[in-house]
Design a binder for this molecule. Sequence first.
Ligand SMILES: CCCCCCCCCCCCCCCCCCCCCCCCCCC/C=C/C(=O)SCCNC(=O)CCNC(=O)[C@H](O)C(C)(C)COP(=O)(O)OP(=O)(O)OC[C@H]1O[C@@H](n2cnc3c(N)ncnc32)[C@H](O)[C@@H]1OP(=O)(O)O
Ligand code: FAD
Length: 710
Amino acid sequence: MWRGGSNTRTCKRRFFSSPTRSRHHRPPYICRLHSRGSQHLKAMAEVDHLAAERATARFDVEEMKVAWAGSRHAVHVADRMARLVASDPVFRKDNRTMLSRKELFKDTLRKAAHAWKRIVELRLTEEEADLLRQYVDQPGYVDLHWGMFVPAIKGQGTEEQQHKWLPLAYKFQIIGCYAQTELGHGSNVQGLETTATFDPKTDEFVIHSPTLTSSKWWPGGLGKASTHAVVYARLITEGKDYGIHGFIVQLRSLEDHSPLPGVTLGDIGGKFGSGAYNSMDNGVLRFDHVRIPRDQMLMRLSQVTREGKYVHSNVPKQLLYGTMVYVRQSIVADASKALSRAVCIAVRYSAVRKQFGSQDGGPETQVLNYKTQQSRLFPLLASAYAFRFVGDWLNWLYTDVTQKLEAKDFSTLQEAHACTAGLKAVTTSVTADAIEECRKLCGGHGYLNSSGLPELFAVYVPACTYEGDNVVLLLQVARILMKTVSQLASGKQPVGTMAYMGKVQYLMQCKSAVSSAEDWLNPDAIQEAFEARALRMAVNCAQNISQAASQEEAAGFYERSPDLLEAAVAHIQLIIVTKFIEKVHQEIPGHGVKEQLQALCNVYALYILHKHLGDFLATGCITPRQGALANEQLGKLYAQVRPNAVALVDAFNYTDHYLGSVLGRYDGDVYPALYEEAWKDPLNETVVPEGYHEYLRPLIKQQQLKLSRL
Ligand SMILES: CCCCCCCCCCCCCCCCCCCCCCCCCCC/C=C/C(=O)SCCNC(=O)CCNC(=O)[C@H](O)C(C)(C)COP(=O)(O)OP(=O)(O)OC[C@H]1O[C@@H](n2cnc3c(N)ncnc32)[C@H](O)[C@@H]1OP(=O)(O)O
Ligand SMILES: Cc1cc2nc3c(=O)[nH]c(=O)nc-3n(C[C@H](O)[C@H](O)[C@H](O)COP(=O)(O)OP(=O)(O)OC[C@H]3O[C@@H](n4cnc5c(N)ncnc54)[C@H](O)[C@@H]3O)c2cc1C
């Protein structure tokens, strides 16, 4: 019912038909050395500098690829799509940071058109097409068209409306975006100002932007590409404001792309970072009494009759937010992709890079051998795996809830909201910080665009804001936690991811039994500590709110919101740890694969425990000694991960094209690649820079003249 997106793992729909289905093989690796590169650099290029690292792996990498991707089929199809993209010159992206905004936008249009052509020619399934979109790796209007416009119509449109609009969207006969946020309001959806006033005389809605702050502001694809939008506006009929509803509005002519009468449109301007999210035309939109037929209100959840009567179906009004819930769950899956890319670059480079430790001209130390490097990097590696598995679980939950909603069972709506909002917030915040940490882990070279890390960060960091600011989303989780705590007294048993709260009597007073570092390898010990910490933090908040609430409860919530934020994070971290533990409990084929995942699961849990030690101590879940033992065990786990580190990132199965990093190259041949990249910079097109004759030469000559006069 709120369903928008499909589960791409199972969807087999093909786009159009074509007789041929070509095969794509990975082209042999060709080292593109700059013409000025010397022969010895060329000779070095065939060497696998990471071969020794790969030889120390104690597990079957091919089977780990399956564990990471989810199935053998998933490995196969992802591999095929990644190579298809990597071998096509149109999808080149190594020059992206050097393009102007206009060039970059045109490049995005070109790539999208070419991608679509290939999808149709090769008769790709929806699953394959989406993977191709991901490997092209360039934000663009297509993301919003498929990721939000189509889902909004699917989730909120009637069958008749879906029948009319979806075929047009599926064939790109119209291009749509999701126009919700305004200049004045983003987080507070109920505060939006755009109006949709029903005119019974003409059977139309009049869409209007009454103030400057009601201008739609931010929607991706709106600025230049979209012909249509799902616009969220206040529905007014019979003189009454019925709050926010969705409407399909045509914005541009399908003949010449010019804005329709009464529509003002444009791009909102350059964004953070070179290249990066600037490929996207985030837009501004104003309406001056634009008329649309009544049947362009999305009417699945509520309707306006021909006479102008408002009718609300007997469903929760929050279903209006369904598209956001869908995208939030897909953002969690994306977090593991972005994080694993950054970690792959940092691990491979740390194995190649050597500093210090040379005695008498002997070999220097790989920086990956430094314990500090390991303690910064391996938790991020473990987090990538943790987010991958919790993302899979969330996808399952979303599908399950969607099926229940179809059957008019709304009992799991709150669970879906809390999990998608909370996991979106935690995974994106951690990933954004981790990409920056990976940049630092690569030292100076990490700061070069050719490392791929600055662009990855710039593209990724808005994920902390879009689809709901992370703090706002965590406060939603906290509200649900407080509601659940307050219901415990009445004996109502919490369900789903809140079920642990039902053990309140035990968890409020239990003491960890850990007495040695090895005891922390017991998943039950970890689970109990995390459950006790999350529950005690939530209960403490609830008590503080009720004590402070000589005032209203809302005022108490407001006062305690910083603590509530931490309680929400603790609850979400518990979910991530639990799902990782559950994953490791499953049967996992392949030599050593389960053992590696077990180690990573322990790294993840104990790292979080170490990082948030204050929470665990303050709530009395563990003692300082037990905290120290956890840290001791963490050190041992890092040593266990070390010989497997490169193989663990190989299991992500990323092509060099997708990684887009000279530091993260599969063959580890970093230095010739860095050297070559430098020469490609436009500044190096001429030996003497432009501006020399205007500014440098006169300056130097002036100084020489002055000196000669002395
Ligand atoms: C170059 C390219 C080449 C490629 C070419 C390829 C071509 C072809 C490809 C073909 C591919 C085919 C296959 C495609 C597959 C799919 C692709 C997928 C792609 C995805 C990509 C996505 C990209 C993402 C880009 C990002 C874009 C960003 C978009 C946006 O940001 S949209 C705007 C988002 N805005 C927000 O999130 C606003 C946040 N605010 C809120 O959500 C709310 O205001 C609030 C929750 C904070 C508060 O709401 P409200 O005031 O109403 O509510 P409260 O009073 O707080 O609560 C009331 C009540 O309701 C409950 N509740 C709140 N929310 C929800 C909810 N969502 N669900 C359920 N319940 C909810 C709340 O708990 C309260 O409950 P109670 O009353 O207490 O019980
Ligand atoms: C790259 C990008 C793409 C986007 N794409 C789209 C799109 O396609 N369609 C669309 O409709 N929108 C889109 N958006 C808009 C996006 O959804 C909003 O920016 C987002 O929801 C945050 O809302 P805001 O900008 O109003 O932030 P604000 O709410 O103004 O946040 C400002 C600060 O206030 C804090 N804050 C706000 N409310 C509270 C509260 N109740 N308690 C405590 N702190 C609070 C926040 O934590 C934050 O620190 C996009 C945004 C970006 C950056």
